[in-house]
Design a binder for this molecule. Sequence first.
Ligand SMILES: N[C@@H]1[C@@H](O)[C@H](O)[C@@H](COP(=O)(O)O)O[C@@H]1O
Length: 231
Amino acid sequence: MNVIRTEHYDTMSQSVADYVQEFVKEQEHPVLGLATGSTPVGFYESIRHSKPDWSHVTTFNLDEYVGVSPNHPQSYRTFMERHLFSEIPVKESHIPDGQAQDLTTECDRYEQLIAEKGSIDLQILGLGHNGHIGFNEPGTSFHSRTHIVDLAETTRQANARFFGSIDDVPTQAITMGIQTIMEAKKIILMVSGQGKEHAFNRLMEGKIDEQFPASVLHHHPDVTVYVSEVE
Ligand SMILES: N[C@@H]1[C@@H](O)[C@H](O)[C@@H](COP(=O)(O)O)O[C@@H]1O
C-alpha cells in the first residue's frame, strides 16, 4: 500500500486527477470505478477543468441509495451528472438502480455487467468514518459481492447534511461488495474531510479486520492512498 500525503485538499484532488487522466489515455477501453461523497468532489472538478475526451471510458459507480429515483437531487446518479457526466461524456456509465423492483436481481445484474467488461481497471474509493468503502459497513464479509445493505446510523447521520433531515436519508443502499472492489486491478483510496484522522490511523495500523472494511485493502497488490492533511 503506497501512501501519498499532500498538505492541501486541492493538491490531492489534482494529483489523483492527473494520475487518472494519464491512466485513461494509455488504455484502449478503460473501465473506471467511481465514488461519490464530498472527498472526490475536487477530483471531479479537476477532471472537468481539463476537459479530457473520455468517449472511450466505461464507468461503474460503487453504490446507490435504495428507493431514491435517479433524478432525486441526492441520488448518486444526480451527483455524477452534476460533477462529471454533464460536462465529460463517457461511453457508458453504470450506477445500480436503487428503484429496481427486485433488488437482488439488480445486484446480480450489476455484477454481471462488470464481469462482461472483464473487470474494473481502476477503482476510486473514499473512506467512511467507520472504515466503510462503498457502503460496505463494518462486519460486511470480505467475500461479499454487490448486495443490499442496511446503512449504519452513523453513516445516515454523516449523510444527513445532504438531505433535509436524518429522516429523509434512505435506510438502505445497493453497493458493490468488498470482493467486487478487491477485483479491481488498481485502487486509489482518497482520504480527506473532518474527523477522518481516526479512520486513517486505524487503516495505517495494518490490522485486517472485517469490523473495519477498508483494512481489506492491505491484501490488494496495487493500492495507493492519497491523504490530505489540511482542509
Ligand atoms: N457511500 C459513500 C462512500 O462511497 C464515501 O466514500 C464515504 C465517505 O464520504 P465523504 O467523502 O463524504 O466523507 O461515505 C459515503 O457514504
